[in-house]
Design a protein around this ligand. Structure first.
Ligand code: PBE
Length: 267
């Protein structure tokens, strides 16, 4: 019997997500830099998760474009493939970005955005509830109710009378992690009386929207690597409020039962 190659075990493919994601560009780069004969499949965050679930059910080999924080780490035994060339970078953080002028126009909204800061565990809790069927708003409300101390920190200097009825437009992409963070911030703002809206868009449009002022802010900037190219394009026309979460990561992810450990072994 013929030995099945590593490439064949994975069907020669890597299961991707939305085409505009930073992770997709980094994966194309990894295919080049490591000289891999693999095809990166466009999908969506939900499609990637569905394929991962199916493959794991059948104990088949699969590679997905993956990241942390994400509920999949709580649901399955998974590992990142080592990346000795560091194409996917090392530790990432998620930053909050506002449009220029927001601090002057809506200082109370700006304060909340500037104070917003939580942990990978916090984010994963909200993501898991959404994964298990809760609506993003309900999962956000549940987290807010259970973490009053943090919310009080974020909102401590906010003058409610100045917030009442003011619109705040948040842009985000429908990645599980950003569905979680954006809905938490939106609900915190709504609880204070803001008319906060969260609009899902493509990654490039999210960055452009904040830079051109059609969005007030976003809490979804993965830096320094994942969105580094998008950030460089607009860094002079936005207001970077700094990290809202540390300890994020991106890379190629496989189930634990896959017996290779490094991207090098895909050759
Ligand atoms: N992600 C989740 C995004 C950023 C947040 C890692 C899928 C991306 O690759 O752009």
């Amino acid at each position: 019997q013929r030995n099945v190659s590593v490439k064949e075990k994975f069907n020669g493919e890597i299961i991707g997500i939305e085409p505009g994601a930073g992770l997709m560009k980094k994966t194309e780069q990894a295919i080049k830099d490591y000289g891999l004969d693999f095809t990166l499949r466009d999908s969506s965050s939900a499609g990637m998760s569905a394929t991962l679930a199916n493959k794991i059910k059948n104990k088949e080999w699969v590679i997905v474009t993956g990241w942390t924080p994400h509920w999949k780490w709580a649901a399955y035994d998974l590992k990142y493939l080592e990346d000795p060339k560091k194409v996917f970078g090392e530790e990432e953080h998620i930053s909050t970005i506002a449009r220029k002028g927001l601090a002057e126009d809506k200082p109370e909204a700006y304060k909340i955005l500037d104070n917003f800061h939580w942990t990978p565990d916090d984010m994963q809790t909200v993501m898991l509830d959404v994964h298990e069927g809760m609506s993003p708003d309900d999962a956000a409300k549940k987290w807010i109710a259970a973490h009053r101390d943090k919310v009080v920190e974020w909102t401590k200097d906010v003058d409610k009378s100045a917030a009442a009825g003011k619109t705040v437009k948040l842009g985000y992409v429908e990645w599980d992690s950003e569905i979680a963070s954006t809905h938490v911030v939106k609900n915190v703002m709504q609880d204070l009386g803001f008319k906060a809206e969260a609009t899902p868009v493509d990654n490039a449009i999210m960055w452009q929207g904040v830079s051109q002022g059609s969005f007030d802010a976003m809490v979804s900037a993965w830096l320094p690597g994942t969105h580094g190219d998008l950030y460089d394009k607009v860094k002079d026309t936005i207001d970077n409020l700094g990290p809202n979460l540390e300890g994020a990561k991106i890379g190629l992810v496989v189930p634990d039962y896959v017996t290779i450990n490094s991207i090098e072994e895909l050759k």
